[in-house]
Design a protein around this ligand. Structure first.
Ligand code: ADP
Length: 241
């Protein structure tokens, strides 16, 4: 199975040749379907740049980005926009939910913008809201929801339809600890259903919900945690001991 997202030697340089800013340096990263990867690092280390490039919102200065098997450098601008509309979902700290639309209308919007008729778009939105425990909130407007509920609606909007890659920037930044943990549970469950997820966070506790954590410093991936051993491994005697 090939990864949903693959970065190969991806670098990004901002600014002029006389004063270049190396936001990313030769980053390699693969994220598989069903896997949630957390990205940690100090401010200015390149985390947002990584999300922006993985989200096709900017092009790398060099290196290769592959999403769902498509090498982005070989796609036209229109094809890239289509891939972004259909296959990518974004969750930001300031959720960008539209206040004049109900929860279900907010979640259905990306599908309708992509040309799906209102009725099937609404049905798909209701299915995702149900998976996130929000059926009884579907008709509510964002102002009538709690912070945690609003964030779950934003996650629903980011995973609705046939989305393959979920990109989240500090998705729990504005929430208290209990709501933040609830949101992480939802995010992880969404990934377990077969979406690849990349989440930037400053919070090590929240990062521990991920299958893997990568650390970035000065634009380089400096460390990766191995996936945690399954609980079964603790019960199996170690043959070397
Ligand atoms: P982080 O998300 O880890 O705080 P960023 O990816 O936002 O880091 O930024 C990495 C580096 O790239 C920083 O030095 C930042 O100032 C620079 N940078 C980010 N975006 C731009 C831009 N559009 N133009 C110029 N420099 C930028």
């Amino acid at each position: 199975m090939s990864p949903v997202l693959s970065l190969r030697q991806v670098s990004k340089v901002y600014g002029h040749a006389t004063a270049p800013v190396h936001a990313l340096r030769a980053v390699d990263l693969d994220v598989d379907a069903g896997e949630l990867v957390a990205v940690m690092g100090p401010s200015g280390s390149g985390k947002s740049t990584l999300l922006t490039i993985a989200g096709t919102l900017e092009k790398p200065s060099s290196g290769q980005v592959t999403i769902c098997g498509s090498d982005l450098s070989a796609l036209s601008a229109d094809a890239t926009a289509g891939l972004r509309r259909r296959s990518l979902g974004f969750v930001f700290q300031d959720l960008n939910l539209l206040a004049g639309l109900s929860a279900v209308e907010n979640v259905a919007l990306p599908l309708e913008l992509d040309g799906l008729a209102a009725r099937p778009a609404r049905a798909a939105a209701l299915r995702v809201l149900a998976e996130l425990g929000l059926t009884d909130r579907a008709a509510h407007f964002p102002d009538d929801l709690s912070g945690g509920e609003r964030q779950r609606v934003a996650i629903a909007r980011a995973v609705v339809g046939d989305r393959r890659l979920l990109l989240a920037d500090e998705p729990t930044g504005a929430l208290d600890a209990a709501s933040g943990e609830g949101v992480m549970r939802m995010l992880r469950a969404a990934c377990k259903r077969g979406i690849a997820g990349v989440m930037v966070t400053h919070d090590a506790q929240l990062a521990s919900w991920a299958d893997r954590v990568i650390f970035i410093r000065d634009g380089r991936v400096v460390d990766q945690t191995a996936p945690p051993a399954s609980p079964d491994a603790l019960l199996t005697p170690d043959p070397t001991s």
